[in-house]
Design a protein around this ligand. Structure first.
Ligand SMILES: [Zn+2]
Ligand SMILES: [Zn+2]
Length: 235
């Protein structure tokens, strides 16, 4: 019975801090953050690459984005993936949507606090789509949950179904950088984005191959500008 109640409450609120995993006193459940992570949230706020948001000692483009210049106009990421590794696994693979809502709220806070100037020019948010089979298997699309929450806290409209994934692909995490590019090529189609400034949202930015292909599809359909916002970026 206790497990059942715990399970039920887990669906409503995360009983642990989504960032560090520490168990929370009940009064903090609805925030999903421990006091220490709420007070000093480890956002990426130093000098950063203008395409992926990775922190840099100097300059404004990281080595990886210099080598493979992204298709999108500019990009930011709220966290270093290492900080969120366990949290993202709970969110995506344990299917904890509530964790995703907290992550989306943090992304909104990051955007409002550090990139408020972006908000005015963005027409709408949209997420990187999963293939229908994959979405059915997981029960939700993680990017969609992040978009809904970001939209709720920033007021930026969220447009679903702008991008469609036409083919099922091997998960990018199982492939090398070179293979990722090939695996995802021409997999997406876009609609209803002509002359729009689109903020494209995803959970993890690694090589940027998926975000580049989504951006290509959006530009093909006449998007004015594609900007990228990820929950986290890998090293
Ligand atoms: Zn914490
Ligand atoms: Zn970069």
């Amino acid at each position: 019975m206790k497990d059942f109640i715990q399970g039920f409450l887990n669906v409503l609120y995360p009983p642990y801090c989504v960032l560090c995993g520490q168990l929370l006193p009940m009064e903090d459940w609805k925030d999903g953050l421990c006091k220490s992570c709420a007070e000093s949230t480890p956002y990426l706020t130093g000098n950063r690459c203008g395409f992926c948001g990775r922190e840099l000692e100097w300059g404004d483009i990281c080595h990886s984005c210099l080598e493979n210049r992204p298709v999108f106009e500019r990009g930011i990421s709220a966290f270093d993936y290492e900080v969120l590794r366990d949290g993202i696994a709970r969110f995506k693979f344990d299917g904890s949507r509530e964790d995703g809502k907290v992550f989306g709220r943090l992304m909104a806070d990051f955007l409002l606090s550090y990139h408020g100037d972006w908000i005015e020019e963005i027409d709408f948010l949209t997420g990187v789509p999963l293939h229908a089979h994959k979405q059915k298997e997981r029960g939700f699309n993680q990017a969609e949950i992040l978009c809904q929450s970001i939209s709720l806290y920033t007021g930026i409209p969220y447009e679903k179904d702008i991008l469609t994934r036409t083919k099922e692909t091997i998960p990018q995490s199982k492939l090398s950088a070179k293979e990722r590019h090939k695996n995802i090529k021409n997999v997406f189609i876009a609609q209803h984005c002509s002359d729009k400034c689109v903020l494209l949202v995803d959970d993890i930015l690694t090589t940027g191959a998926t975000l580049n292909e989504c951006s290509r599809a959006l530009y093909r359909e006449g998007a004015k500008k594609v900007e990228v916002f990820c929950l986290s970026v890998t090293e």
